[in-house]
Design a protein around this ligand. Structure first.
Ligand SMILES: Cc1cc2nc3c(=O)[nH]c(=O)nc-3n(C[C@H](O)[C@H](O)[C@H](O)COP(=O)(O)O)c2cc1C
Length: 189
């Protein structure tokens, strides 16, 4: 993989600039900011336009914050509790069997890019307790907690523990040619 974030085609700079940091400035987001993020996310395309997603959030320090803080796993709690908000993205497998996770993933992408446009950073976490999420959000069986998203203003890497500070860099990607095929894939995957 290349070590830098450069690209060979003229794509929008947001795709290279967005990244998932772990250092956040510990200040609460506003409800208006969260609404703006979810508003962007709900314009994501979905199979048969079922929109099988829901965003449950806690703002840093609000009445739901402590309960939401228990959802990420220990490794993620080390850094994500400095975020300005935690969002649990839930998909509805009853509304869109077989496509609910795919569609929720697209909504997450929209949310992340909207946040970037607002000068905010996002970091998705698959490392969380689904049981805890189900209990905190009182989810019925057909609603699936997909990911927890930390959102906030990016903080200084110096605020992180040593091991995490070293990882606070923009990650690379596989070369375009490795993920793009004209016609059939040639024993790459
Ligand atoms: C579904 C999903 C789950 C993830 N889970 C975690 C996680 O539990 N902990 C973590 O630190 N990062 C997690 N990440 C962040 C990825 O590691 C990160 O997006 C990837 O390395 C690319 O880096 P970038 O987002 O900075 O471009 C997750 C990302 C996604 C999309």
């Amino acid at each position: 993989m290349h070590n830098t974030r450069s690209t060979t085609t003229p794509i929008h700079s947001q795709f290279l600039e967005r990244m998932s940091p772990r250092a956040f400035v510990p200040e609460a987001l506003t409800t208006a900011q969260i609404e703006q993020l979810a508003d962007a996310a709900r314009w994501a395309p979905s199979a048969s336009n079922k929109q099988p997603w829901h965003f449950a959030y806690a703002l840093r320090g609000d009445a739901n914050w402590d309960a939401f803080s228990a959802i990420p796993n220990e490794a993620n709690r080390r850094w994500c509790l400095n975020a300005g908000a935690l969002i649990v993205l839930v998909s509805d497998r009853q509304a869109s069997p077989g496509k609910h996770s795919f569609d929720a993933g697209c909504a997450w992408g929209y949310l992340a890019l909207q946040a970037h446009d607002m000068g905010l950073a996002t970091h998705a976490m698959g490392g969380f307790s689904a049981d805890e999420a189900r209990a905190v959000l009182r989810l019925p069986e057909h609603l699936v907690p997909e990911v927890v998203i930390a959102v906030g203003r990016r903080g200084d890497a110096s605020t992180l523990p040593d091991d995490l500070r070293e990882r606070e860099t923009a990650s690379p990607r596989k070369p375009l040619a490795e993920v793009l095929s004209a016609g059939a894939l040639q024993s790459r995957v």
